[in-house]
Ligand binder design. Structure first.
Ligand SMILES: Cc1cc2nc3c(=O)[nH]c(=O)nc-3n(C[C@H](O)[C@H](O)[C@H](O)COP(=O)(O)OP(=O)(O)OC[C@H]3O[C@@H](n4cnc5c(N)ncnc54)[C@H](O)[C@@H]3O)c2cc1C
Length: 383
């Protein structure tokens, strides 16, 4: 892959690789998974290295290079998805939203703290009746003097218990067509009237997701993000970067499953030889390599397009499908090679198998990406 990167990008990647090797230890991963909390100190350490600046425009003190963003997330994802996910959240759900849609006051107060790794934002879109069809959300925000009062029920809001702000998507104009009556509002997660509970999930255990209830949650009208009723543009405003980030996470994790499985198959002996010597096993590993290699390529191509400011809806959907499904398949193949040890929840490959299952569901499911591809090909719109 180095051929596709500049010398500076290779140097950047190698620094992150070295950091990850040093900081992300098996003990740290075990503790985070047990405690169900992400390694927040790593976000601060990444920020202290000034690595978040690769996702920030020059006018806000950064030096943007989205290939470097992808490399940062990929290398961290190789070490531990939960660590990479935190950085993804800070850059995409935090800084990205503020830079593109925040008010000057929000940027002045919150952006520096985000870039020091002191704050986390989350996305509050999904509701019990609102999954893939995000425009059907029913949470309401009603103006009241200088405030909005929010009432509604959200679900699968990841990070509510350890983040500072939720970008809550609420209906502000019930009469408008569905996409046009939604606003994005910044709500502190400790706001009065906002309660939540952790949902148990099969994977992503260190980055828990939450069900949340808004009961007369009052926030200043100045917390509006973007235009009034313009929440759909905020939600869709950086889709390509969001998908690129998820692809980088999945690509890094896929490469890790591959490397761990190569090592395992070379050392585990049965019938007097390493299991890697059986062609059936080496072919499973070869399939994993193909998935890992092609994930990295589609992810880097998407990052290069984002860097060039070129439209990349098609490439973003292709990459999202490919990286998500490849991680899922590679982790499944990895488990087969690891046999009973892979089936044990004590193994790393088992964690990947569980974590990978989310990828084709969240961040725009595989089926929704296929609808997008169909639409871009000019096929009749899928409903
Ligand atoms: C661990 C986790 C973390 C999450 N974090 C967040 C978060 O932080 N914030 C947030 O707002 N949401 C979050 N979500 C929610 C996530 O975005 C939704 O799961 C996703 O939007 C899909 O919605 P759904 O699961 O309700 O599936 P549904 O929309 O009910 O879909 C069910 C199935 O039908 C398919 N389907 C639906 N519509 C179509 C269609 N038109 N064409 C073809 N197939 C279709 C889907 O692909 C899926 O396979 C999270 C989910 C999980 C599991």
């Amino acid at each position: 892959m180095s051929l596709l990167l500049s010398d500076e990008q290779v140097q950047f990647r190698d620094s992150v690789r070295e950091f990850t090797r040093r900081e992300v230890t098996p003990e740290l991963i075990r503790k985070c998974e047990q405690d169900r909390r992400p390694p927040m100190h790593l976000l601060a350490a990444v920020a202290a290295n000034d690595w978040l600046s690769v996702g920030i425009p020059e006018e806000y003190g950064g030096s943007p290079d989205y290939v470097c963003v992808a490399l940062l997330l990929e290398e961290l994802g190789y070490g531990y998805l939960a660590a990479a996910d935190l950085v993804y959240r800070a850059l995409i759900h935090g800084a990205g939203v503020l830079i593109n849609h925040g008010t000057p006051k929000m940027r002045e107060e919150l952006l520096p703290r985000l870039l020091r790794g002191e704050l986390l934002f989350l996305n509050g879109i999904s509701e019990p009746g609102t999954g893939a069809d995000a425009s059907s959300l029913t949470t309401k925000a009603v103006p009241d003097g200088a405030d909005y009062v929010i009432n509604g029920h959200k679900i699968f809001n990841t990070g509510m218990g350890f983040s500072d702000y939720v970008v809550c998507y609420a209906r502000t104009d019930p009469e408008a067509p569905r996409h046009r009556g939604i606003s994005a509002i910044l709500v502190p997660t400790n706001a009065d009237g906002l309660t939540f509970r952790e949902i148990d999930t099969v994977g992503y255990r260190a980055i828990p997701t939450y069900e949340a209830w808004y009961e007369d949650v009052r926030v200043p009208a100045a917390n509006l993000v973007g235009e009034l009723h313009g929440g759909w543009s905020v939600m869709m405003g950086h889709l390509e970067k969001e998908r690129m980030g998820l692809c980088a996470l999945a690509s890094g994790a896929t490469r890790r499953v591959l490397d761990d499985t190569v090592t395992y198959a070379g050392t585990r002996e049965q019938f007097g030889r390493p299991i890697a010597a059986f062609q059936a096993v080496s072919h499973m590993i070869a399939d994993m390599k193909v998935l890992s290699h092609t994930s990295q390529l589609t992810m880097l191509q998407l990052a290069a397009l984002v860097d060039a400011g070129r439209p990349a809806r098609m490439e973003a959907s292709i990459a999202k499908i490919h990286c998500a499904e490849s991680y899922k398949t590679a982790a499944d193949l990895g488990m087969q090679v690891w046999g009973a040890y892979g089936y044990s929840t004590e193994s790393d490959v088992n964690r990947h198998w569980r974590d990978a299952r989310l990828m084709p569901i969240g961040g725009g499911s595989t089926q929704i990406q296929k609808n997008v591809i169909g639409r871009l090909l000019g096929l009749p719109a899928a409903t």
